[in-house]
Design a protein around this ligand. Sequence first.
Ligand code: PXL
Length: 277
Amino acid sequence: MDYKRVLTIQDISCFGQCSLTVALPILSAAGHETCILPSAVLSTHTAGFTGFTVRDLTADLPGIAAHWQKEGIRFDAIYTGYLGSTEQIEDVKEIFRTCAAEGCVTVVDPAMADNGKLYPAFDQAYVEQMKTLAFPADIILPNITEACMLTGWPYREHYDEAYINGLLDSLRAKGAKTVILTGVSYSEDTTGVMVMEGDSRRYYTHKRYPKGCHGTGDVYASAFVGALLRGRSSYDAARIAADYTLRCMELTLPDPNHWYGVKFELALPDYIRMLEA
Ligand code: PXL
């Protein structure tokens, strides 16, 4: 099996099962050498907790990148998620330029918003900077809210296929290459992902739970990157990531105390089986 080296840049939420604490184990389970660059350290994630601590690591990024360059360290893929500051995005772009191995795939999850709203730490300046990271990337994985913020397309809670096609056209017009648009639902009991690659658009639809879970965007993106680096097509990787994320939700939803994340560890054996099928 090919042994790929992937760098993932996102925060460490010490408690809460999101960002690096899910990306590292999922990418490792997929069989990849997984290197991390923490964008910030938080006591918990910001969705549902109050009074969390945040240490922004923006000042550390240039030194880390310079050391890697000196050591000749290069990555086959670079995958970004929740970042620590607007200013940090320039450093991340520099890392894309200087630490990419030949044929490196860049994947940006513009993790900044959901349900029509920005996460508490971010503002419009962050959105503007995120556009400069996301549009040149090989693959982006926005949800509908993030895609609207990146394009200026009006956010709607209720929509139809024409609306989603307009949103995808708008992403394409701004320069997006491959787009995995998550959380696209046309009925009460189904949801799915739209995979746009050039002129091709394919929809993978699956069961929808009445209630969502925190952290599933990060679980999804990590499982997608893991499968992609195993040589799967974007559509296949999007499908495997969806099936794995659903399994994580199925194992979590019966436990009302586990509101802050998903029990993704319990489903890792299923994920590995999906990658081997
Ligand atoms: O799951 C996305 C995410 C990552 N990191 C932090 C967050 C969130 C979502 O709220 O707060 C710190």
